[in-house]
Design a protein around this ligand. Structure first.
Ligand SMILES: *[C@@H]1O[C@H](CO)[C@@H](O)[C@H](O)[C@H]1NC(C)=O
Ligand SMILES: *[C@@H]1O[C@H](CO)[C@@H](O)[C@H](O)[C@H]1NC(C)=O
Ligand SMILES: *[C@@H]1O[C@H](CO)[C@@H](O)[C@H](O)[C@H]1NC(C)=O
Length: 301
């Protein structure tokens, strides 16, 4: 009888091996146009018109075992720059804000756990193309939902878009309405009415109505939305794209904004988030069972 009981207990202890557990990722959707996809370090040979990435990865954008990326083929793997290489495939991708964002969060909150980045940005796109039901929106939602399959929670949307809506007065004036609709549709479809959104107020535009779009961005008033000011960050020679150094700074600012949403670590969070490093806590179960066995053996003898 006692042995049977011990057998059951041991069986249970062995069934909670860490490799059987899903990895709870803190998932972020990265969407928008070129400055979210990342053009830091992309140089344009004006003679040939050929663009190439210089391959320089800033220290804060290097791979880290706690930062994963959801590929175009819907596979999680350790993230590395350029994050959008297999997503924004018609363009040359470089450094964007995503890796610096992830690094900064992990540096400032040691208990945060795994970060999972879901790149979805496509260069040159206007906000109308991101409307619910259209290709980019469906693509993003499909990726967001698929990213949850092996465990995780969508913790936020990082959005940097609008340069393409600065060319025509009408688009710029309609930007606020379209942006409001986009954000509320995303929250609806993810069934996350208070999903944290970190958006960027434009540093540059493609047309004369940049200030109109910026006013819309700075004027939006939604719960759990923060707007990061990118104006003044260094641009590359094209006058449109943030440099790698600027992207790193943007990533840090976005991380600081996100961490303001995060409630102080409590028992619920520490169960929900799990990183490679805190898996060791599972091994506490085994000493506990051993202890129980010793006590029971003692009692029965
Ligand atoms: C590269 O530079 C050429 C010449 O200035 C320009 O026509 C072209 O649009 C640029 N390409 C990109 C991708 O910026
Ligand atoms: C690339 O360009 C082709 C042709 O214009 C277009 O059909 C496709 O959607 C583009 N893909 C991306 C990822 O922008
Ligand atoms: C948005 O971009 C698409 C594709 O370039 C274009 O067909 C459409 O007219 C643009 N819409 C607006 C409102 O600017």
């Amino acid at each position: 009888m006692l042995f049977f009981f011990l057998f059951i207990l041991l069986g249970h202890a062995c069934s909670v091996r860490p490799q059987d557990q899903k990895f709870e990722k803190n998932i972020f959707i990265l969407a928008g146009q070129s400055n979210m996809a990342g053009r830091g370090g992309v140089v344009n040979d004006t003679a040939t018109g050929i663009t190439t990435w210089d391959g320089i990865v800033p220290h804060k954008c290097r791979p880290n075992p706690s930062v994963l990326r959801f590929s175009a083929n819907l596979i999680w793997a350790e993230a590395h720059e350029p994050l959008h290489a297999d997503i924004d495939t018609n363009k040359t991708n470089g450094i964007g804000p995503g890796m610096a964002f992830a690094h900064s969060i992990l540096a400032k909150d040691k208990t945060f756990g795994l970060v999972g980045l879901v790149p979805c940005a496509i260069g040159g796109t206007n906000i109308s193309q991101w409307e619910r039901g259209k290709f980019l929106y469906k693509q993003m939602m499909g990726r967001a939902k698929a990213s949850l399959q092996n465990g995780g929670t969508i913790r936020g949307l990082l959005w940097y878009q609008g340069e393409s809506d600065t060319e025509y007065k009408e688009d710029a004036e309609l930007y606020k309405k379209r942006m409001d609709k986009f954000f509320s549709d995303v929250r609806d479809d993810l069934q996350s009415p208070l999903l944290p959104i970190i958006q960027v107020a434009l540093a540059s535009g493609l047309g004369p109505y940049t200030e109109t779009v910026r006013e819309a961005q700075l004027g939006i008033d939604l719960l759990n939305l923060r707007t990061i000011e990118a104006k003044g960050l260094p641009l590359q020679r094209d006058g449109v794209h943030l440099s790698s150094a600027a992207q790193v700074r943007l990533g840090l600012m976005m991380a600081d904004a996100f961490l303001q949403f995060v409630p102080s670590p409590g028992p619920i969070r520490s169960v929900a988030t799990r990183s490679f490093s805190n898996l060791t806590s599972d091994y506490f179960f085994l000493p506990f069972v051993t202890f129980l066995i010793i006590i029971l053996t003692f009692l029965y003898s």
